[in-house]
Design a protein around this ligand. Sequence first.
Ligand code: Q9C
Ligand code: ZN
Length: 372
Amino acid sequence: MQVVYSPVHLAHDVVFETYMGIAVPANEVAERAERIRTALVADGGFALTGPTEHGEAPITDVHDPGLVRFLEVAWSELRRQGIPRAFLSADTYPNRSMFEGMSHEAIAALVREPEHVGGRAGFWGLDSAAPLVAGTYAASLAAVDVALTTVDLVLGGEQAAYGLCRPPGHHAARSMYGGYCFFNNAAIAAHAITKATGERVSIIDVDYHHGNGSQQIFWRRGDVRYISIHADPRRQYPYFLGRADEKGEGEGAGENLNIPLRAGATNEDYLAATDRAVEAILAVSGSVVVVSLGFDTYGLDPIGDFALTTDVYHEVGRRVAATGRRLVILQEGGYHRPSLGENARAWLRGAEGRPFEPLPAAGFTEGGSVVG
Ligand code: Q9C
Ligand code: ZN
């Protein structure tokens, strides 16, 4: 399988994120993508290729140009405004109750993007978990190019291709970044596929978290079906979206399928959810499926609470590929660094119908002790 990778992700070199008001070690770090790249190279069955530049148009097809401009200038603004922080995190977010009683028209006319960069980050951001650093914008653009190059490979005839996107994308909405995500790589890819083919597209999102951004972007669209298996938002980020009764509206009514799972969800629970998701893919036309692939469903993930093991990724990859649809597979989350490479190898080999044997040099045992 072809793998699209760009070293520009290294420019998004975050060290801390903020969690409930304090700085904690970042989860979404460069080592993640490097672990996956190293494992796929060691496998021998994957061919790495760099992305080609696709420009800004496919991004503003999906995102507010104001979000793009903010992300472009945020770091230089932080410095210009003399704020000596190692990363940008918002000061104030516009909670919806701040505007209670105001009409939609009044809100549109009166609520503006502020000038202070801490206010601007609140205007465009969802949360304080997406630290922005000097290289974030360049890395985010490169991640989009990785996704769109993966689309090109599949539209060019590959049965499946994998884009090693970093930063991830599925929490980014049309006018909002957050949850370690800046541009929604999968949504940009799905939209580009509808444009190029005129066909319907399904997104299957198997990251541990609900992809609120992807859901928002396609909420009213009949041409992109969004299917997500994730931790129940009653107990987990993004908290405010991701319930089973969110089904889309207008042209998009019935095109959004959320499958929330309980804490401790097992391989068996996950495969049952996968079968429901696969059924929803097969219920609509279209030759291409976008996979938002996360490994934070893994039993040892530091921010997840599912109990999946490496073998189940092979089987999920196999079942998604068994739809017969061509797959644009894009990396989202997954934060247990020692297992990321093996889990990615397992999933992708499953999608190719190849068997999976662990690499002896993985330096890590599934029983729970990390040995390297
Ligand atoms: N204590 C993705 O997996 N909350 N994003 C983290 C950590 C934010 C996850 C809390 C989680 C965002 C792409
Ligand atoms: Zn996630």
